[in-house]
Ligand binder design. Structure first.
Ligand SMILES: O=P(O)(O)OC[C@H]1O[C@](O)(COP(=O)(O)O)[C@@H](O)[C@@H]1O
Ligand SMILES: [Mg+2]
Ligand SMILES: [Mg+2]
Length: 335
């Protein structure tokens, strides 16, 4: 194990962002404790409403959102953009930063004791809410997530590699455990919600068909599949042991651009991935080249080991005849 520096004094955190990171970590530590107590703390997974995107809101979604908004008032955050709020709100008129956040990701897993998380993105603050949030993903100052799993960890980038901090349950300090997280270049594992197969676009079907065909198909090797339904958990596994994640657009009404949100889910994860040597696209084009036009917009999302993300993009470039051929004839992609 490397040096176990606390985040409060970590040289990887730009000094101007330390109060904000400290506030995020404080709330995350409280949430971690609440999540560990599970039903002892009340019905965290109870349905309490619906957000603007039409997703059901659980009690913990709202608790997390309110806890972050409240604590970040004193952390130089001017604009606060949350999955759980229709509009961006102003926390501190003199704040220097903008925070976009998915306060609680993977809400369907709250009541089943499976890893969930918080995803965040930090920009500087401009004079108005809109231009502070609707801007190129490349302008992020930081992107990261906290995973509430068997261990509570913070994965974060400030544009100089990706770092991992572990919440020490004994001292309650966030300690640096990996100063340069690296995504394995390739791996034989993919993550996709296969129940939507019939709704997917042809290139995604062809890619997954070829993985499923294993050593009998054009790839001539076997693959493994995982689907946790917590984006943070999938991201954490891929940062740790490689693989590829896909949430494509599909033919279900409302899913034309998939399910995941550009501003507070895909952009920060794309930033983390690239800084760890991985890639992140909308299936074809780099997410970091996207500019949001609305706060809650969705985008198809593919990320992970560079070789695999590149291969998914290549399937999108195949001529129609090749992409709809049976896997046995897709000779182009042998091995
Ligand atoms: O239920 P599906 O369609 O497989 O979608 C799962 C995805 O939805 C999400 O739960 C969406 O995030 P929220 O829980 O923040 O709404 C992701 O974490 C996950 O990858
Ligand atoms: Mg989410
Ligand atoms: Mg959420």
């Amino acid at each position: 194990m490397q040096d176990q520096q606390p985040i409060a004094t970590s040289a990887h955190v730009p000094s101007a962002l330390r109060p904000l990171m400290g506030a995020l970590c404080d709330v995350a530590a409280q949430l971690s404790h609440l999540i560990q107590r599970g039903p002892l703390g009340g019905k965290l997974g109870a349905e309490v409403g619906t957000n603007t995107g039409g997703d059901g809101q659980k009690a913990l979604d709202i608790m997390a959102d309110e806890a972050f908004a409240e604590r970040l008032r004193d952390a130089s955050v001017r604009w606060y953009a949350s999955e759980e709020r229709e509009d961006v709100i102003e926390l501190d008129q003199n704040g220097a930063y903008t925070l976009a956040i998915d306060p609680l990701d993977g809400s369907s897993n709250i009541d089943v004791n499976v890893s969930i998380g918080t995803i965040f993105s930090i920009f500087d603050a401009k004079d108005d809410a809109e231009s502070s949030v609707m801007r190129p993903a490349t302008e992020q100052l930081a992107g990261g997530y906290i995973i509430y799993g068997p261990q509570t960890m913070l994965m974060v980038t400030f544009g100089q590699g990706t770092q991992a901090y572990l919440l020490d349950p004994d001292s309650n300090d966030w300690l640096l455990v990996d100063a340069a997280v690296k995504v394995p270049a390739t791996a034989r594992e993919f993550a996709i919600n296969a129940s939507n197969y019939r709704h997917w676009p042809q290139p995604v079907r062809a890619y997954i068909d070829d993985c499923l065909a294993g050593e009998d198909g054009p790839r001539e090797r076997n693959f493994n599949m995982r689907w946790v339904a917590s984006l943070v958990a999938e991201t954490h596994r891929i940062l740790s042991r490689g693989g590829v994640f896909l949430y494509p657009g599909d033919q279900r009404p409302g899913y034309e651009n998939g399910r995941l949100r550009l501003v507070y889910e895909c952009a920060p994860i794309a930033f983390l991935m690239e800084q760890a040597g991985g890639q992140a696209t909308d299936g074809h084009d780099r997410i970091m080249d996207h500019t949001a036009t609305t706060l809650h917009q969705r985008t198809p999302f593919v990320f992970g080991s560079p070789e695999k993300v590149g291969r998914v993009a290549a399937y999108h470039d195949l001529p129609q005849g090749e992409v709809s051929a049976l896997f046995g004839s897709r000779g182009l992609f042998r091995a």
